[in-house]
Design a protein around this ligand. Structure first.
Ligand SMILES: [Zn+2]
Length: 343
């Protein structure tokens, strides 16, 4: 890649769907822009598989050069990352712990119960916080092991550790691993293949990871192998059938070419899990994800001058609220597919 430009040797064309190997597809978008590299003249094509209905990039960066797509990526360093150390985040963390104590641990004070009821009464906020704690649940004994694949700067590991879980994280980004290690949690550089055979867990989480990987079938099969019987997999990824995509089209935040290689629908993803042996697959609602994705997508629109600023501002909040309401009411149209499955 020279000056934000992808070269022929950096990319590969797919002759079939990377999930089901079907050769038939239609073009969903034929000129997508990497919003993190606005100066680049590269355009990406997103195809939809006729058989399994996932969307996949083709051409896409090859595995050898995919790291070039992450040069400007922002979620892993602490400076610009997800963890903000302000008073509001301390407050949100406290509320999340209260939800855990009341809903999952069932060990709480009267004050905590009142706080829980108050949050519950603002239902989308409650659904948002419950998704943020990844519906973590609780197991009978105290020494439960949790693995977070693609753990980034380790924010969730610290949270789970505080709740009494024995945690471990994996990430392919060295600076993310260093940042997580500095917080005192156990993190390794690499993907699931870097685990030892005997490394077993009671819960594995994949938070916005599966859309980035080249071989999702192998990833899910490996997760199954590393779970103890009765263990839980928690997974979240953008939904290609979402209402946000209907509204924002090529500006929808979930597309994110060329980092998102495959985008799923709930049905195909559930089948992927059940084919690997998972049982009791259950889709959860992630409250406020419509607001989040709406705001992010509006930012993408605002970056393009071909749109009228006046009409953009006028329709911004009605659009965002519409996306949120639809995604709350219809799981099929939700912004994220949030799944829980058991071994
Ligand atoms: Zn397919």
């Amino acid at each position: 890649m020279i000056e934000d430009q992808w070269l022929k040797n950096d990319i590969e064309e797919l002759s079939a769907c990377p999930l089901c190997q079907c050769r038939k597809s239609s073009v969903l978008f034929n000129s997508l822009v990497d919003m993190m590299m606005p100066k680049s003249s590269d355009r990406w094509i997103l195809k939809k598989c006729t058989e399994c209905n996932v969307a996949y990039l083709s051409p896409r960066p090859n595995k050898k050069n995919i790291n070039k797509a992450y040069i400007n990526y922002y979620t892993h360093g602490d400076e610009n990352g997800m963890i903000k150390k302000g008073k509001s985040s301390i407050f949100i963390n406290y509320i999340k712990k209260v939800i855990c104590k009341v809903k999952y641990k069932r060990d709480f004070s009267f004050k905590e119960f009142i706080i829980y009821l108050l949050v519950f009464s603002i239902y989308p906020v409650y659904l948002f916080l419950d998704a943020k704690i990844r519906h973590i649940g609780t197991f009978k004994d105290n020494k439960n092991r949790l693995l977070d694949i693609g753990c980034g700067n380790g924010g969730f590991l610290v949270f789970a550790n505080d709740l009494g879980w024995d945690v471990m994280g994996l990430d392919v980004d060295e600076s993310a691993v260093n940042s997580a290690l500095s917080k005192g949690v156990n993190v390794q550089l690499g993907g699931i293949e870097s685990l030892n055979k005997e490394d077993m867990f009671d819960m594995i989480t994949l938070n916005h990871v599966i859309e980035h990987v080249y071989n999702p079938v192998e990833l899910i099969q490996e997760c199954y192998k590393h779970l103890n019987p009765g263990g839980k997999l928690w997974l979240e990824t953008p939904n290609i059938n979402s209402i946000g995509l209907d509204i924002y089209k090529e500006y929808w935040r979930g597309l994110e070419p060329p980092r998102h290689l495959i985008l799923y629908n709930a049905c195909t993803l559930s089948k992927l899990l059940s084919d690997a042996g998972f049982l009791n697959i259950n889709q959860k609602t992630h409250g406020l994800s419509g607001v989040y994705m709406g705001l992010q997508s509006e930012k993408n629109i605002a970056g393009f001058k071909s749109y009228s600023l006046f009409f953009n501002k006028l329709f911004k909040w009605p659009r965002i609220l519409f996306v949120e309401i639809v995604q709350l009411l219809f799981k099929r149209k939700s912004e994220f597919i949030t799944l829980i499955a058991y071994k």
